[in-house]
Every structure is written in C-alpha cells, then in structure tokens.
Design a protein around this ligand. Sequence first.
Ligand SMILES: Nc1ncnc2c1ncn2[C@@H]1O[C@H](COP(=O)(O)OP(=O)(O)O)[C@@H](O)[C@H]1O
Ligand SMILES: [Mg+2]
Length: 260
Amino acid sequence: MADPILSLTNVTVKFGALRAVDSVWMTLAAGERRAVLGPNGAGKTTLFNAITGAIPPTTGKVFFDGVDMTNLPPEKRAQLGVARTFQITNLFGQMSVYENMKLAARGLSPSKFSLFGADRLTAEQEERVRLALSLSRLNGREQSPVREMSYGEQRQLEVAMALVGTPRLLLLDEPAAGLSPAERGYLAEIIRGLPRDLTVVLIEHDMDLALALVDSVTVMQNGKVIVESDPAGIRTNALVQEVYLGRPHKAVAAELEGDR
Ligand SMILES: Nc1ncnc2c1ncn2[C@@H]1O[C@H](COP(=O)(O)OP(=O)(O)O)[C@@H](O)[C@H]1O
Ligand SMILES: [Mg+2]
C-alpha cells in the first residue's frame, strides 16, 4: 500500500464496561475512499470520535500522516487536516450559508458562535469558502438563510463547512440520512466529485449508495471490525448479510438469484 495517511493501532474506546470500539486496527492510503458499515450501536460514530479527538481512545493509537495524534485535542487534529460532518445537523439556522461558512473558515462551529462573526474573512479564507461551496454545489447560495434551505441542501452545507479548512481526511457520518432518494443521489454525486487526493471515510446506512462510492469497506459489529473488503466482496459476504442486514439485501438477493 502507498504510505498510509491514517492508521489506527488496536484502538479501544470504553464507556464504563462497554467497549464501543473494541481493538480496531485500520489503515487508509492517501486518497482512499472507505465506507464504514454496521448496525446501529456498532461503534461507527465512536470510531470517528476517536479519530477526531472528540473522545480519545481508551487504549491504542491514532496516527495521521505519520504523526501520533492519540493525545492531541480536536483543534490540533483539525489543523493537521482532519475534518468531519456530524450525524445530526449542526448548523446555525437563522444565519445565511455564507455566515455559517465564515464561522467554519475561522475554525468555529456554530455552537461556538462568537461576536467576531462580523469580521471580514481574509482573501485566502474567501477563496477557500468559494472553493468549498463550489465542491458542495452551493455556489450562488451564499445569502440563503439556512432554515429556508431543503434538508438536502443543509447536508451539502455541512460538507462545505467540513471542506473549508482544505482537509486531507474527511469523515462523513451518515451524510445522506433522512434525505429523499433524489437528494441522496445528488449528495452521492457531490461525494464522488470530491478531489481524488482527499481521503474520505463514509458512514452510511444505504449500502448501495456506499458501495458505489468507495474503494474499500470496513464492517463493524459490537465495536469490532468483522469484515474488511472491497465493495464486490461485501455484496456477497454471508456474514455481512446476516449481521448488517439481518436478512438478504435486495442487491445481494438479486446477485444470488443471478448465480443460480
Ligand atoms: N458518549 C457516550 N457515552 C456512553 N455510551 C456511548 C457514548 N457514545 C456512544 N455510546 C454507546 O457506544 C455504542 C456505539 O455507539 P455509536 O458509536 O454511536 O454507534 P453507531 O454510530 O455505529 O450507531 C452504543 O452502545 C452507544 O450507546
Ligand atoms: Mg452513528
């Protein structure tokens, strides 16, 4: 494999007696696109928290581009190039797209809204805002109040806010959750169109959507990695069908049908 950009070595995150993430090893090459699948409660979001520093690992280490980030706070990890979106929408509804982007460009989340919000961005920050909005296909929507946008557009804005720091690793936590089929397709196109040198990890419930976007897949259950494979291997993996889907998935069922 090319030099790994992200490497987790034996990472465990405990909440009391619960091992939400249990002895996970994971390596991502620069530019790789990885899906993390698994049932609710599998530990997917907690894995992201361990990578971003929101919840540091109980044991194990997290390396990013050769740097041991295990004990770095989230802001430092963000500065190194780690960005994420959240499973729950995290926007300031009464503000415009541009105002949300302005906070993100300064490294402030809407929940840390400050009086400095009125300050102008530097030319370099403006350029990053422009590029991030363009990648998220929200150019021209700068003045739209967020609360008047569709849910799909709000998820696009969250991607734009994560991109504004020009990260090298982007973690997307169920970006398509709650979207209509048309909105999901549009968001998938946006993810597909992200720069190829950006490493992307995608938590996604819709397996068809996820498998169409990634190079590799990690399946988790009860905090553990139970399968790691390319997308083709996932579709036909009996353990995945059983654990993740509980029943034969329609794509899997169709393939099995075709094999007969
Ligand atoms: N901050 C927390 N405190 C205690 N338990 C947590 C916390 N976050 C997650 N958990 C528990 O850890 C397990 C994994 O949760 P999570 O990572 O959110 O799973 P997923 O994202 O795969 O649905 C669940 O049992 C959940 O209840
Ligand atoms: Mg989750």
